[in-house]
Design a protein around this ligand. Structure first.
Ligand code: PMP
Length: 458
């Protein structure tokens, strides 16, 4: 433990010297000292089961011995080269990463964060298409840099300053909140309780959303567009899933207008969705550009953009793309070890098996409690939407969600939050979690719901 700074001093320093918008999840902020696989330890030695993995980032477990060993080895050899010099680890990593993507996605650009990756993807799309306009969903989160703020359509991140020129939001085909439901239409072991008139093999909701997409194309953007960004499942917006087949049709419409299709795999990539390594594969589409960050480095700051040789050429013939830290040997050593661990420990398969197990258990809680409106997701990317009641779908008031969240923490379980009103609990642990840990987490969550119902009844 770090004895040097008392909890009260940390709070004082935070107030004086750190960004005032860095809000803590809990009234008494959690001060962490150590992590071990899926466990975190605070300054008093209390143990928490980490079911949000540093916001969907620690993909293979905190301080994984193989990843640590790779970092330590490299630490003593060479930290930094900058992209003007070559290093075998960089080249090995680019080869390994590109082997995980289908043809023709074979050219890797290494950067340092998800926002940077999406900034670069925007530039690529514009350089390649010779157009400006880019479409993204309402509710999407693609970064907080001045460029990506245009793509991010979550109100609290927007600034009343000019930004995002050429970026147009379009309606999110959200099965749970949208006007057309879609009870059979999402790719999840758990279907929504929202009724719709679709048959299992015919999604009318999807057709309605495609009409909305066409409407954006004909009313809000130029005749030729640069591209379309989509997360395969929206993370920050509360694990929002689209009707099956939507992305496939949307990609075709974008390409008809000369645009390129970008899959933001920052949260969904690296096996988290279980059935596939990449989220776009679950939609049966082939993007032109894929961006990735977070889980790529298990918490080490690194990110990547992978694209086709043609698009890479369109960018590099127009500019000298340079990035001092992107793809430094430390990051590549870590990234390579992460890929090896995912494979050696069958973590994609574990995401599928343990994620499905958890979803089915949580669906029982949905049926048991009136305030659990929806349980959704795929693999180890799960959302639990809290509502006033199942009929209205109105969000459970924030103070009530806060209390349940806090109660879970007090019982040793850390989960995330998302959605426009912060009404959705998000679960995205390291991909190595086990079924007994899921049993513990679901039991804690159930106890928090029971406590809540008892408080309400008083
Ligand atoms: N894309 C998605 C889908 C994200 O969830 C995030 C981060 N929440 C980003 C991009 C931006 O990543 P970073 O914070 O590393 O800039």
């Amino acid at each position: 433990r770090y004895q040097s700074l008392a909890y009260s001093r940390v709070l004082e320093i935070h107030k004086q010297h750190l960004s005032p918008v860095h809000t803590a999840y809990f009234p008494e902020p959690l001060l962490l000292h150590q992590g071990h696989v899926e466990w975190l330890f605070d300054h008093e030695g209390n143990r928490y089961l980490d079911f949000f993995s540093g916001i969907v980032t620690v993909s293979v477990g905190h301080c994984h011995p193989k990843v640590n060993a790779a970092a330590q080895r490299q630490l003593g050899r060479l930290w930094h080269t900058s992209s003007v010099f070559f290093h075998p680890l960089i080249h090995e990593y680019a080869e390994k990463l590109s082997a995980l993507l289908p043809e023709p996605l074979k050219v890797v650009f290494l950067v340092n964060s998800g926002s940077e990756a999406n900034d670069l993807a925007m530039l690529m799309a514009r350089a390649h298409s010779n157009s400006t306009d880019i479409i993204s969903f309402r509710g999407a989160y693609h970064g907080c840099s001045p460029y990506t703020l245009g793509l991010t359509n979550v109100g609290i991140y927007k600034m009343d300053l000019p930004h995002g020129m050429g970026c147009q939001p379009t309606m999110c085909p959200d099965i749970f909140h949208g006007p057309w439901g879609g009870s059979h239409c999402r790719d999840s072991p758990v279907q929504t309780i929202r009724k719709c008139s679709c048959a299992p093999d015919c999604c009318q909701a999807k057709d309605q959303y495609i009409e909305q997409f066409k409407d954006t194309l004909s009313t809000s953007v130029a005749k030729s567009i640069a591209g379309f960004f989509a997360e395969p499942i929206q993370g920050v917006n509360g694990v929002v899933q689209y009707p099956k087949g939507f992305l496939k049709e949307a990609f075709e419409l974008v390409r008809e207008r000369g645009g390129v299709c970008i899959a933001d795999e920052v949260q969904t990539g690296f096996g988290r969705l279980g059935s596939h390594f990449w989220g776009f594969q679950t939609h049966d589409v082939l993007p032109d550009i894929v961006t990735m960050a977070k889980g790529i480095g298990n918490g080490f700051p690194m990110a990547a953009v992978v694209t086709t040789p043609d698009i890479a050429k369109s960018l590099t013939k127009r500019m000298l793309h340079f990035n001092t830290f992107g793809g430094n040997p430390m990051a590549c050593a870590v990234g390579s070890a992460v890929l090896e661990v995912i494979k050696e420990e069958n973590l994609q398969e574990n995401s599928q098996e343990v994620g499905t197990y958890m979803l089915l258990k949580l669906a029982k809680l949905r049926d048991e409690f009136e305030i659990v409106g929806d349980v959704r997701g795929k693999g180890l990317m799960i959302g639990i939407e809290m509502v006033k009641d199942k009929e209205s779908h109105q969000p459970l008031p924030r103070e009530e969600v806060n209390q349940i969240h806090h109660d879970c923490k007090c019982m040793g379980l850390l989960i995330g939050r998302g959605g426009l009103f912060s009404q959705t609990f998000r679960i995205a642990p390291s991909m190595c979690i086990t079924k007994p840990e899921v049993d513990f987490a679901v039991e804690v969550f159930r106890s928090a719901l029971i406590q809540h119902m008892e408080r309400r009844a008083k």
